[in-house]
Design a protein around this ligand. Structure first.
Ligand code: 5GP
Ligand code: MN
Length: 335
């Protein structure tokens, strides 16, 4: 990756707008906050504007309350006033939802820093490392490689949160020795792992845990060998529980704990349309399946957001697609 170029862009410009994807996770918010403090140390002007509100369990990273919730009227001009727009932790323009048009129409320099597969060219420069576990890992390596600033606790904590969550607390495939060295370095900078973990994972509202009960009740297995798990959450159940979309992050991973399951699908009905979360074990790429429906992500974790279609009619279509996909993998193995 061309860290020199990124460094140069930062040094040669004064004002920056940071944004991330809809329904931001800890890598999204952590990357924004780490980048914010990096730029702040260099005396830059920074705006962070997101299409979604920060989930309550990530608010600890934004103690200074610098992240702004996008408001078309209020933020209309800012996209053409700053020198550089930075997209963090996503690689498709549509993932900015309400911000997409303003971002695309801006004549200012645009860069994307991300680790998802199959990027769209929606920025002038793309700093992408798909082998990395988190966007936070890219930012860490960038700071180390360029010595642009010192990694103090203000930067270390959001980076740790980003890396901890995107590696599933250091257990997913991309958990390398490097990742553990980075984590160690962040701990040396003062990060308290238990504090970060507690803030993110031990702050659930009861509605979320009850909704998880509903979601688990809905669980069904499909395929000849019960290799596909499907979980559905209706809009009605969401409303009843008082939980929100972000609360359901992680539910789908529980489906993978079933021995026969190779692919897990979570269907979540939203006020407008629905969202599918896809997870897989090992070499099976759910990214390829998601891409066929306009979604994307990583090999073992991808998502699709659909506005037009009806969720209940789409469910069997996707299950069949996964079934055919898994059977074709089996065929390939045999031949
Ligand atoms: P999740 O299911 O946890 O929301 O998302 C899993 C992964 O897929 C994340 O890395 C996320 O960034 C990506 N992802 C989720 N939804 C979408 C989508 O609608 N489009 C694309 N391109 N990626 C998505
Ligand atoms: Mn990420």
């Amino acid at each position: 990756m061309n860290y020199k170029l990124l460094k140069q862009i930062i040094q040669e410009n004064n004002s920056f707008l940071l944004t991330t994807h809809v329904n931001p996770d800890a890598d999204a918010i952590g990357s924004e906050m780490a980048f914010y403090f990096l730029l702040k140390k260099l005396g830059k002007e920074i705006h962070i504007i997101n299409t979604s509100k920060t989930p309550y369990y990530l608010e600890f990273m934004d103690a200074a309350n610098v992240i702004q919730y996008f408001d078309e009227e209020k933020h209309n001009d800012i996209f053409n006033q700053v020198d550089v727009l930075i997209a963090l932790d996503f690689n498709r323009g549509q993932r900015m939802v309400r911000l997409e048009n303003l971002f695309r129409q801006s004549a200012k320099l645009k860069i994307c820093i991300d680790h998802h597969e199959d990027p769209e060219e929606f920025t002038d420069y793309l700093f992408s490392e798909t082998s990395f576990a988190a966007t936070g890992q890219i930012i860490y390596n960038f700071i180390k490689a360029t010595s642009l600033v010192e990694i103090d606790l203000s930067i270390a904590e959001p980076l740790y949160a980003a890396i901890m969550t995107d590696t599933g607390s250091f257990r997913f495939d991309r958990t390398t020795a490097d990742i553990h060295y980075i984590a160690a370095d962040l701990l040396n900078a003062g990060v308290k792992p238990n504090d970060v973990y507690t803030n993110i994972y031990n702050t659930s509202r009861i509605g979320k845990v009850k909704l998880l009960g509903d979601a688990l009740q809905s669980l069904k297995l499909y395929g000849d060998k019960n290799e596909i798990a499907v979980m559905t959450i209706s809009n009605e159940a969401m409303k009843k529980s008082g939980a929100d979309e972000a609360d359901t992050d992680g539910f789908v991973n529980l489906c993978l704990t079933i021995d026969t399951v190779q692919v897990a699908l979570k269907f979540l009905e939203l006020n407008e349309g629905f969202k599918v979360s896809l997870r897989s074990k090992g070499e099976i790429s759910v990214q390829k399946i998601a891409a066929e429906f306009g979604g994307g992500g990583h090999r073992n974790a991808s998502g699709i957001r659909i506005r037009e279609k009806n969720m209940n009619t789409f469910i069997p279509v996707l299950i069949e697609k996964v079934n055919v996909f898994l059977n074709s993998l089996d065929q390939n193995k045999k031949s």
